[in-house]
Structures are given as structure tokens and as C-alpha cells.
Design a protein around this ligand. Structure first.
Ligand code: FE2
Ligand code: FE2
Length: 366
């Protein structure tokens, strides 16, 4: 990809952690008719403020729920929404309403920073259901359950791999929907916090990467089927580490050159083990084998460069590096997300600039 803006359609694919009871709803629209409809729909909610684009000076706190309903085809409106969100970066629930599930509207909403996109219907059913569920939900409990299920499947996969048995791909895919749902409903920050609190070492790394990569896909407006592909690629990307001695894998500090050579075998070990598995597609195999390749040809194991590296691998590599930087290990605290993102920004010859730019909201805001 060479374009500056990354969208779902530009990719060569084949579909927040607020308190459980937000303090206030802020509604932003671009017309009095839309405001009127939302006032009717939200009349039972006691703490709602309304503002109209393009001029709004509403200030939100991080616990607020923001609802945006506006024409996302209008350049002026998009500019006004972006400006408003720039001034209110801490808001963790940004709900965009769109008229129908046409791809550009949904992708535009996510590009603007939506955490949830809902379809408007006559009686605002989806909005009512969302507000009811988000008030009732305990986000941590749902995320903990989803991460625990993923960790169990991951452990079973690593055990199968080290015993030379077939990895249960269906079992891994069973975790995809709950992961996607958690990220959609509660955001990436919640996922990262739960995973770092409850999971260790390689499993922590893989669960972080799966959350980051799926959330990257959500932010780009990818289809559900593509999010499932990203999830599986992330869950399997380091499966070859099942064959690497723990003394090297979990070694604190710098690796000796000989140890580095051993650890660098994990992509091809994973590829070799999965290539005869009938449930593993070529794009997943590509991710497993090539997630340490760089655009300038300095990666491994095949020293691919430029167009030889697919989109899914480019995304996986970004998520993998970011996930590794923000990991919590016994010998190192997690690096702040801003600092980790700055490192990605410096890898200009290795990573795709447009994708790293598109990754900014995932890295810093979601
Ligand atoms: Fe790896
Ligand atoms: Fe990794």
C-alpha cells in the first residue's frame, strides 16, 4: 500500500473501559431534527447534554458516553467532529449512529475514533439496547472471561504443538467472537489491563497481540470475517515458541548471539508444524512465518522486502512489536503506550508508514 490513508477497502483482505455506569451522556448532532429525535429517545435519561455541530464547546470527562449522529459524507462535519474529539481525547465510549450498514459510513465512523457504531432505526432500538447493556455490564468480568477462555485454548495449542499433535484450530476460533465483542464493547485498554494482570510470559504476549491486532482491524472498519482471520493469525503467530527452551524464551535481559539464533527459528518451526494442518489457510501460514520480516529486507527468516510482505503480515508485525513493548514481565514494567508508539514511528524503513499512522488511535486512544 502506498496511500497515506489506510481504509478497510485499501487492504487486500477477503467484515473502552468506562465505569459500568457512566455519569453523563453527551449528544452531538449536525441538525435540529436529529437532536429532536434523540431528545425523544433519551427522555428517560436524566443527565444528557446536547450540542450541535459545527460549533460546540461541550467538554467531556472520561466517564461520559458520547453519542455522535451526523452526516459523515460532509467534509465540514467530519472536520468539526475531528476537532471536537481532539479536544476531548479522554472520552472512552464514542458511539456513532449511522443510517444503514453501508461500508463507507461505518468505516468513516471508526476512522474518526468511534468505539461503537450503531444503526439508527425508527424506535432507536439498538441505541436503547446498547445503553441498557452498558449500564448493566461489568466490563472487567466479561473481559476476564474472554481472556481466560483464550488463554486456555492457547495453552492447549502450545501443548499440542510441543507434543507434535495437530493444533485445534476450531478451538482457537471459538475465542474469536468473545474477543471481538469485548474489544467492541469495552475497548482495548480494558483488554490490555486484564491480560497483563492475569496472564504471564508468552501467553500474555500472544493475548496482548491478539487484542491489539483485532482492535486495529476494528478501527479500520474491517468485516467480521476479517477480524476473525486477524484473531487467528495473532493467536498462532508465535506457536513455534512451543519448541524453544523456556530458559531462552523467558531469559531476562539480553540474549547471547547463539540464543538469538535459536529463538529466531520460531517462525519457521511454527510454519512447518502448521502447513499440513487442513484448517490453516495460506494467509495464516504467511503470518506465522513472516511476522518478523521488515519492508527493508532486514527481517527473518526469508529476508522478504517491500511488496513481498502482505497486508496481514504488515499489520501483524506492528501489533507484535507494540504488544512486546507494552508487555509486563517480572524483570520489566510495561512501557507506556505513547513511548511504544514513538518507537514504531521511528521504524520508518521497516514498517509501512501509512499503517503506523492508522495505528495511532489504537496505540493511544482506544
Ligand atoms: Fe514472533
Ligand atoms: Fe510475537
Amino acid at each position: 500500500m502506498s496511500s497515506k490513508t489506510v481504509t478497510a477497502t485499501a487492504l487486500r483482505f477477503t467484515d473502552r473501559t468506562p465505569a459500568s455506569s457512566p455519569a453523563r451522556i453527551t449528544v452531538i448532532t449536525d441538525s435540529s431534527a436529529r437532536t429532536k429525535r434523540l431528545k425523544q429517545a433519551l427522555q428517560r435519561h436524566i443527565n444528557v447534554q446536547y450540542a450541535t455541530l459545527p460549533k460546540t464547546c461541550a467538554r467531556l470527562s472520561s466517564d461520559d458516553q458520547l453519542i455522535v449522529w451526523a452526516d459523515l459524507k460532509s467534509v465540514e462535519t467530519i472536520f468539526a467532529i475531528r476537532k471536537f474529539l481532539d479536544q476531548n481525547r479522554g472520552v472512552t465510549q464514542r458511539i456513532f449512529l449511522i443510517e444503514d450498514r453501508i461500508h463507507p459510513a461505518s468505516a468513516q465512523a471508526y476512522a474518526l475514533g468511534a468505539t461503537h457504531v450503531l444503526i439508527v432505526d425508527q424506535s432507536m432500538t439498538s441505541l436503547h439496547r446498547f445503553l441498557r447493556d452498558s449500564a448493566a455490564q461489568n466490563p472487567n468480568a466479561e473481559t476476564e472471561a474472554a481472556a481466560q477462555h483464550s488463554a486456555q485454548m492457547l495453552e492447549a495449542s502450545f501443548t499440542a504443538m510441543s507434543n507434535g499433535e495437530l493444533v485445534d484450530i476450531d478451538g482457537l476460533q471459538d475465542c474469536a467472537d468473545s474477543t471481538i465483542s469485548c474489544l467492541n464493547r469495552h475497548g482495548l485498554s480494558g483488554w490490555l489491563g486484564v491480560v497483563r494482570r492475569h496472564h504471564k510470559a508468552t501467553y500474555q504476549h500472544v493475548l496482548l497481540v491478539s487484542g491489539v491486532l483485532v482492535d486495529f482491524g476494528i478501527s479500520l472498519g474491517l468485516r467480521h470475517a476479517d477480524l476473525r482471520t486477524l484473531h487467528l493469525a495473532a493467536m498462532l503467530h508465535d506457536i513455534g515458541k512451543a519448541k524453544i527452551p523456556l530458559s531462552i524464551l523467558d531469559k531476562p535481559g539480553r540474549l547471547e548471539p547463539q540464543e538469538r539464533l535459536i529463538i529466531e527459528r520460531h517462525p519457521s518451526i511454527g510454519f512447518d508444524a502448521l502447513q499440513d494442518n487442513p484448517r490453516v489457510t495460506p494467509e495464516i501460514l504467511d503470518g506465522v512465518r513472516h511476522h518478523h520480516e521488515y519492508l527493508d529486507g532486514s527481517g527473518y527468516p526469508d529476508r522478504l522486502s517491500g511488496s513481498e510482505i502482505s497486508d496481514i503480515v504488515r499489520m501483524l508485525t506492528i501489533a507484535d512489536i507494540f504488544g512486546a513493548l507494552i508487555e509486563e514481565r517480572s524483570y520489566k514494567p510495561p512501557m507506556p503506550r505513547q513511548q511504544a508508539y514513538n518507537i514504531l514511528l521511528q521504524m520508518t524503513t521497516r514498517l509501512e508508514t501509512a499503517l503506523v499512522s492508522a495505528f495511532e488511535t489504537v496505540a493511544l486512544e482506544r
